[in-house]
Design a protein. Structure first.
Ligand code: UGA
Length: 439
């Protein structure tokens, strides 16, 4: 099929590349000429395992352009995968989606199906269809279908090629058939429903996962108070298939471009309809508090961080991505700097992006060891494999005072016990086997 994709962020680019991998001819459209030139040369503008390999492998079927008219003119299907960022009030900003819809209406010369992959508030697909219909320049039929995306950053290609499910929201049978054909070689259960239900499936899925994380974080906080161990608690819960063992990892809260935005957007939408979504509101509030948990813990050891060498390991919102959106470090590092700390940060791929936000005030280190050198305290924000593989002895030998506050439970307590460090993690006992007590 002849497919065009609007937007080359995580959703758009990965969708385009995976559709090309399944034999479709795909043209990806973006407004950024520099980015388009880069992708045309086979280079991915985002860090995503396996993506560049597939771009190279399918280069004959995969094209990149800024010329939307040409791309949309005779496409069978046009996917919209542009961003829907959060507005100040928590609602979703749909400016880019409408812009693309307008360009589609102006360009299409044949009947086609427009597929909205971007996460959009319930009811948006209906509005976009009416908007396109009203703006069409030629006598053609354009059907809008909802086809939400469930990929995670860091495993986006794998998640798309081995999708857990494909959700198709349509009001028109023919449009549903077109999408079934697009996905005929994907081995995943297909759920066909109406557009509003498809839009809701996306929000409800993300918000449920966010809720699960906030729930386990609250249980972790209680474990610390009563002396239980969250890792064992989560393991014991996870064997129950009704609960499941995923997304029960306690930490410093969820970040990224999806959960924070989608929880707020659904809460906003419910409010707009005079309904209070209490569980989602609780997930949001718990998450805001959890983000600051490490700094609060540090107060047990130092009244202030003024003049201290502070090692920060991990900057991104999770491992496997260079994305910093809503990463807990974005709130915590400015507070450390404000407190007068000498912040020495390390991240395997996130430093370049962090530098753009904080070109000054942070020393960027080329290795974990360099960050730990002479540190008075160390905060772990992201569970990168490189951090987990770093021996706890290094903290003892390199740091001035081996106080490690781990927001991602990267180490086993038994190992911390032997290492002669002060190790304070999430939802577990604090290990204080240091020669000198800092508490
Ligand atoms: C999330 C969903 O997992 C995807 O299914 C969805 O398609 C995507 O949003 C989206 O809407 O586009 P993503 O934001 O890439 O994917 O990342 P996740 O792996 O879900 O992690 C989100 C945050 O939750 C991270 O900060 C992570 O550290 C945190 N998390 C995750 C926990 O704190 N504990 C867990 O057990 C799992």
């Amino acid at each position: 099929m002849k497919i065009s994709v609007a937007g080359t962020g995580y959703v758009g680019l990965v969708t385009g590349v995976c559709l090309a991998e399944h034999g479709h001819t795909v043209t990806c459209v973006d407004i950024d000429e520099r980015k388009v030139a880069l992708m045309e040369s086979g280079v991915s503008p985002i860090y995503e395992p396996g993506l560049e390999e597939l771009m190279k492998k399918n280069k004959d079927r995969l094209h990149f352009t800024t010329n939307y008219q040409q791309a949309y003119r005779d496409a069978d299907v046009i996917f919209i995968g542009v961003g829907t960022p959060e507005k100040k009030d928590g609602s979703a900003n749909l400016t880019s989606v409408y812009q693309v819809a307008e360009q589609i209406a102006e360009s299409v010369e044949n009947d086609c199906v427009v597929v909205i992959k971007s996460t959009v508030p319930i009811g948006t697909n209906d509005k976009i269809e009416s908007f396109i219909e009203a703006s069409l320049q030629r006598d053609v039929n354009v059907y809008v279908a909802s086809n939400p995306e469930f990929l995670s950053q860091g495993s986006a290609v794998k998640d798309t090629l081995n999708a857990s499910r494909i959700v198709i929201g349509v009001e028109n049978e023919a449009a549903g058939d077109v999408l079934q054909t697009v996905y005929k070689d994907f081995k995943a259960p297909i759920v066909v429903t109406n557009r509003k239900s498809a839009e809701m499936i996306k929000y409800a899925s993300n918000d449920f996962l966010a809720l699960k994380i906030s729930f386990i974080n609250e249980i972790a906080n209680l474990c610390e108070i009563i002396g239980a161990d969250i890792e064992d608690v989560a393991k014991g819960m996870g064997f129950d298939k009704r609960i499941g063992d995923q997304f029960l990892k306690a930490g410093i809260g969820y970040g990224g471009s999806c959960f924070p935005k989608d929880t707020k957007a659904l809460h906003w939408l419910a409010n707009f309809h005079d309904y209070e979504l209490k569980t989602v509101k609780a997930a949001i509030d718990v998450n805001e508090n959890q983000k600051l948990k490490l700094l609060k813990k540090s107060r047990k050891y130092y009244d202030r961080l003024t003049g201290l060498n502070v090692a920060v390991l991990g900057l991104t919102f999770k491992p496997g991505t260079d994305d910093l959106r809503e990463a807990p470090t974005l709130v915590n590092i400015p507070l450390m700097i404000e407190d007068g700390a000498n912040v020495r940060a390390w991240d395997p791929v996130g430093m370049e992006n962090f530098k753009k936000v904080h070109p000054e005030g942070v020393t960027y280190c080329s290795s974990i060891e360099e960050a730990l050198q002479e540190a008075d305290i160390c905060f772990i924000f992201t569970e990168w494999e490189e951090i987990k593989a770093t021996s706890l002895d290094k903290y003892r030998t390199l740091m001035r005072r081996p106080i490690v506050i781990d927001g991602r439970n990267c180490y086993r307590l038994a190992d911390a016990d032997k290492a002669g460090i002060l190790y304070d993690s999430i939802g577990r006992e604090t290990i204080s086997q240091t020669e000198t007590s800092f508490v």
